[in-house]
Write a protein that binds this ligand. Structure first.
Ligand code: SF4
Ligand code: SF4
Length: 216
């Protein structure tokens, strides 16, 4: 899931200066789960904008699987309210916002209502937690399915740094050291021996951006 956070309303309003008629777009997938661009948040944004004297010409919340896949269909369905708007305000991830720009066939300003933060999942406390950095060379099988690239702030590949203290991370002492977690989990399953094999330095050329994959 792509984790987003809404921009502050005062910052959104600033971007909308001089534009009075606004069309709103949300996202029925990740932004709904993050409570940044679901039906409820879009209706709240509509109300807040109307209080500021703006006219909301319409809104849509493209449903799953993803706003990026559904954007064309939604633009066609909402042709009139979009054409009558001065601008579109989208509450979705950067991918959704770019898809909107690429598929929009009329000249309209697009404003981005969310900041895209990371790929994550909900943890036991109900908070969103970064789980994968899309490194292009997955080592989870050797690390008890705890990602060292993401959960260790230094992205170490061969065990803990000298800074871990009683199992806590030196960078953030409220967090467990990823490598102690990995060790304990491997040990529990009789696989601690996996740590005896040193991993070569990571091939960061796989992270050169923009990345692309072609499906035959
Ligand atoms: S090693 Fe970590 S960052 Fe890389 S693909 Fe696997 S989960 Fe993602
Ligand atoms: S203490 Fe552990 S998690 Fe923190 S930076 Fe060092 S190895 Fe990584």
């Amino acid at each position: 899931m792509i984790i987003t956070r809404q921009k502050e309303f005062k910052d959104i309003l600033k971007r909308l200066e001089g534009e009075n008629k606004i069309f709103l777009m949300g996202c029925g997938e990740c932004s709904t789960t993050c409570k940044t661009g679901g039906e409820k948040e879009i209706k709240a944004a509509k109300e807040a904008l109307e209080k500021e004297g703006k006219t909301v010409t319409g809104y849509c919340v493209p449903e799953a699987p993803c706003v990026a896949a559904k954007v064309k269909l939604e633009l066609a369905k909402n042709k009139k309210p979009i054409e009558s708007a001065d601008a579109i305000l989208i509450f979705a991830c950067g991918l959704g916002a770019q898809s909107l720009k690429e598929n929009l066939r009329v000249e309209k300003n697009i404003h981005v209502g969310c900041d895209t933060l990371f790929m994550g999942a909900v943890d036991a406390s109900g908070a969103f937690f970064e789980k994968c950095s899309a490194c292009g060379d997955c080592v989870l099988e050797e690390t008890a399915f705890i990602c060292p690239i993401t959960r260790c702030p230094k992205s170490l590949l061969n065990g803990p740094c000298g800074g871990q203290d009683k199992g806590k991370c030196e960078v953030d002492k409220t967090r467990d050291c990823a490598w102690i977690l990995i060790y304990n989990e491997l040990k529990k399953h009789g696989k601690a021996g996996l740590l005896k094999t040193a991993r070569p330095p990571k091939d960061y050329s796989k992270l050169t951006k923009p990345r692309q994959r072609t499906v035959a």
